[in-house]
Design a protein. Sequence first.
Length: 501
Amino acid sequence: PTLSKTNFETSRTALRNFGTELKDAQTDLSLKTSQLSSGSQSKINPENVYLEYKPVPGMPAGYTYTIWQAIMEVVTSSFRVASMDINSVDDNVDSTVYFIAKNSLNGILKYLEESTQAILDETDSSRKSNVLIFLILLCVASFALLLSTGILIPVIKNVKMNKQEVLELFMSLKKEYIDCELVKGKKFLGTFQTNPETEMNAQEDPDKQEKLNEEEKDKNFKKGWDKYREPRHKHKKFKKLGIGLGLVAFKFVFILLLMEGYFLMTYFLSSTFLDRVSSLTNEMSQLISRLPAHGLLLLSVKSAIFKNYDMQIKYQPAESFILDFQNKLYDQEDKLLDTFSNNYDYHTSSYNNAFNNIVFSNACQYVEALKTDAAVCEAFNQGILQKGIYSSVIKYWDFLRQLNHDYSSSGKKDSDRSKYLNDQGLKTAEQMSARYFNAALISLVNQLEVDVDQFFSQELNRDRILFIVYIVYLLLVYLFIWMSFVGDMQEELWKTKSVLS
């Protein structure tokens, strides 16, 4: 069958452009994945891509390459085909055309899809690994807090012993006996304690001095007894933590629970953030996959008609592959809409409005690349684009399905192949896919990238604020609680030492 020169020139230009883009994309991918583990690299950049060549007696049927080498082979061959005359393009004669036709829709396509899926799997694996790391850090922090509590509470308990407890510990006496002896000691001190002023007064007036001695004894005894009976801290002050073991333990537990609460909050916020990132990444991958999917369906139909279905696509018969692929595209389109709905609250209002307008409204008015020639866009294919990309895609698929069905039912004659390959409807489908679908999808992908960047920035700012609040909290605890507590413990240690000495 013959192609019009206009169609061939369009295909020639597209072949050069796509070859360059494919080469640059694979080079960029190889560089960006060079830091991954060897297992991940082997999946993303496979080293066992088998390419077939036109059979030559005495020569191997094919060779195994790395994915980068295989793509370079295809790109080089595509440049050769792009420079050929239209009458020379025949895969039954030319080995380069045979190589492109045989491998582009089979080995190369298969391994590129597997590489793309490996990238998505690596992203999901990284998310799970990060969640596991956060969980381990949470457990380590919680264990450290519990361990510190277990170490500090016994120390506090021993430091906070009063005089009776210290004497009971070191003298093996009962508490009741110690209390009785302390009362006697206080009474003794109150009875025989003298004052210089009272001695001077005693020389002047013995009777008056005797009376003063009695009052002084009562006063000293009462003072000693009250001091013995009253708590050490008469006033409630927040900075005095050493009021009792129970209160000290309560305050320690309260402070540690606040710290543990921060760790728990950080873990759950991080886990939620990574889940949202996974959802947005999934949506991004589905949007990007729409770009080659429409073109692949069109190329598959054209190639199948050109070869009279005597070919394979992804190592499947062309006719069955096209039918299965069309059904798969319908499911993927519905899945994309469901994913967008699930992520609606994670998007900004600008992206949500852009998606709804481009997909379900007049795409010509909301895609920047189409606004410059909006009148032509709105008039294209009976104004189908004014109803949104979704309606246009459905019509596009229905047309290719009908074209494929009509050719299959026509008897697959050579004359019919030329007619179908040069059909005006097929030209319209090519223009719709190459210009309008790609422009709309690229616009959505770019806006989603900006949306994801804003989402990351918001999450980063929130984490910074939480971390600053946590640092300020630790600083306040250290300055106003811990330092006061340490000073109070030092005082208690000195008092305990004085009792023992």
